[in-house]
Unconditional design. Sequence first.
Length: 215
Amino acid sequence: MIRPVMRKRFVFKKILFKTLILCGVAAWIGLAAWLSIPAPAAFAQQPTGSIATVTGTPTGPMITVYQGTIGVYAGPSTYNYDQIGILIAGEKAPALGYSADGNWIEIIYLGVPGAKGWVYGPLVSISTGDLPALVAPPTATPRTTATLNPTYAAAFGVQSEPTRLPTFTAPPALKIPTFTVGTGGASKIPFGLVILILALIGVLGAVISFLRGNR
């Protein structure tokens, strides 16, 4: 009678030991799987920009760009004035008048101080209409003037001329991207914690069964 009881206890302890090992392995696997879940990705809002265009329904003479991309300048010259923008092929703008030599056309160009600019006449077509001759705006004052050694200038008869430096144009306001952390799809209860609780319940059940068998 004693030997069957001892054998039964030995088999039960062997089963309990295997159950504890399996529960521990399952708990470690669940914890590793939970830790390997990547964090939600953050998406940056991309800054956007746009080219100044004429809105509304303008009236009067209009210019149209033939082809390619042309520059819009602050005055009727590519040397004495800064470039303030561009116009692309097919783009239109209201014309205000000609320069004194008739080669440049002043247009309405929104997005710049004064909302006006100049384009080179041969690069655009203009609709019918009379345009007045306009006075060119004043040029920017050079910040520095190049100097030449008077001895060299007298020896070689060189006439020193001022060199105009490019003027500074303030860049547009910087748009700082914002980050939004996604919250969808994330579980409130960690997966590893669920497996660990189940393993503890299994161990507790095995212990209770063992205690009942000893009675």
